[in-house]
Design a protein around this ligand. Structure first.
Ligand SMILES: *Cc1c(COP(=O)(O)O)cnc(C)c1O
Length: 482
């Protein structure tokens, strides 16, 4: 018999606020302690099977309350993260987070704003940040943009805006109608660029992959040739994607030259600056971005080199109307009032595909206000110095050699036998000693250290490298004996 439980409140607020307050304060204390003591623990610990099995089975019908859930969190969740906060995490391109970020996420959750639109502080803060970012990148006052999950999404939006600019208003009603659009990016462009073309209905083959120079930068002469050849065969070139900071080596395409080609050819220039664009905060690195001010759009991440907690990407367009023309839709339930909560000329949902969206602006604002661009830029410079130190260690070592140029904060190196690289990286992960990643260069796996962490010091690089050398020696001894 189903009885309605009258005595239970139907709302979800705590019955005992004082008890909740104690639990919540303790949770914050423990989160801070966890970050403060990050060096004392392994970089990574594999999630054991018993933990996986205890996670959710089945979805509970009756809750057990926050106190018990927090115990589960410390046992089942907290120890088994990706490791990116640790100074010896050197894989992929991950941000390290900050103490300010912990507080910012908590405060944003407290407010629980929906920043898709309407007239409130979350929307206003995002619009002001967009204007501030536009100024950083030398964009005009017409620029506009929004927070998105990450640069994969930002690049996709850039492709959609370029596609709308190429095909005009009819695209919105009729779709592509077989338009033979082609886009251009370097062979070192991130995989999400091809995926963006695929998602835009153009297919991966619409992306022309342009050969790079020895430093991993797009060859502008070959780019011009490819555009010319496509025009000759009846295609419609519409987009160049330049990369500011390639994921393999940290190379910057010559953006100024790309902007000139885009201008000559009437193409859209989108810059994938996932981690590299915010190098605009560093006096030393800023010259690498020369020409970015001429781009039509830039995609970049705050969650990488600016260490804002995941997730936090941004798409900035030099002409905000290009985004409005791509996305804004006249839904009755989104209509604007002249005054009050439903007022406001531009809502975030006019500039991108998301309607409901969180308050990513708060953690960015708190990060920028707390640290300032100078500290963020200095942390980037320190990563580049640590990478130069690592490259020098590699050059001096008789066990390793550099596998690629290391112009920025990413160092790719290899043992004499590339097959050993995989085993070495896996051993480092399993020991929890360090977390470099692997990438392929000319089809061979190489060890890749991407130094993005503001906690990584030269001493950490030394510890990592000593460990890697010891393991490499062990592997050689093992191979010789086997
Ligand atoms: C990380 C990265 C991306 C993808 O960004 P996400 O935020 O992970 O979606 C795209 N391009 C480059 C160059 C990257 O480094």
């Amino acid at each position: 018999m189903n009885e309605i439980p009258h005595e239970k409140p139907y709302h979800l607020d705590p019955e005992d606020w004082a008890a909740f307050r104690r639990l919540a304060h303790r949770a914050l204390d423990l989160a801070i302690e966890d970050l403060e003591s990050i060096r004392e623990r392994p970089v990574w610990v594999e999630t054991p099977d018993w933990v996986k099995d205890r996670l959710v089975s089945p979805i509970p019908r009756q809750g057990k309350g926050l106190e018990a859930v927090l115990e589960d969190f410390y046992q089942l969740i907290q120890p088994y993260g990706v490791g990116n906060r640790h100074p010896c995490f050197m894989g992929w391109a991950h941000g390290a987070g900050t103490a300010v970020g912990i507080v910012a996420e908590m405060l944003a959750a407290g407010l629980n704003l929906n920043c898709g639109g309407r007239n409130h502080i979350g929307v206003e803060l995002e619009r002001r940040l967009a204007a501030g970012l536009a100024a950083q990148f030398g964009f005009p006052a017409s620029a506009d943009g929004i927070f998105v999950t990450g640069t994969s999404q930002a690049n996709f939006i850039g492709v959609l805006a370029a596609r709308r600019a190429a095909l005009g208003e009819p695209l919105r009603e009729r779709g592509l109608s077989g338009a033979p659009l082609t886009a251009y990016a370097s062979a070192e462009a991130h995989g999400c660029v091809a995926q963006a073309l695929e998602m835009a209905g153009l297919g991966r083959n619409a992306l022309r992959s342009i050969v790079c120079d020895s430093q991993g930068r797009i060859r502008p002469d070959l780019l011009r040739e490819a555009i010319r050849a496509d025009r000759k065969s009846g295609m419609t070139p519409f987009l160049i994607v330049g990369t500011a900071g390639t994921v393999n080596f940290g190379a910057f395409d010559p953006l100024d030259e790309l902007a000139s080609i885009a201008a000559d050819e009437g193409l859209w220039l989108h810059v994938d600056g996932a981690f590299g664009a915010l190098a605009i905060f560093s006096d030393a690195l800023r010259p690498l971005l020369s020409g970015v001010e001429r781009a039509d759009s830039i995609g970049f991440d705050f969650h990488k080199w600016a260490h804002v907690p995941y997730d936090c990407g941004f798409i900035l367009a030099r002409d905000g109307d290009s985004l409005r023309e791509t996305f804004s839709a006249p839904a009755a339930y989104l209509s604007r009032a002249k005054k009050g909560l439903a007022s406001g000329e531009t809502w975030a949902c006019d500039l991108g595909p998301d309607l409901s969206r969180g308050f990513r602006a708060l953690k960015v604002w708190m990060t920028l206000q707390s640290y300032g661009t100078e500290s963020l830029g200095a942390a980037m410079d320190a990563n580049c110095a640590a990478a130069r130190h690592l490259a020098a260690l590699v050059n001096k070592s008789d066990l390793f050699r550099l596998a690629a140029p290391a112009p920025l904060n990413i160092v790719c190196f290899t043992t004499e036998r590339p097959e050993g690289n995989r085993a070495l990286v896996e051993a480092l992960h399993l020991e929890g000693a360090a977390a470099p990643s692997l990438t392929l260069i000319d089809g061979n796996p190489v060890i890749r250290c991407a130094l993005f962490n503001h906690r990584t010091e030269i001493a950490d690089v030394d510890i990592f490298f000593a460990k890697a050398e010891a393991l490499a020696r062990q592997l050689i001894a093992y191979e010789c004996s086997g």
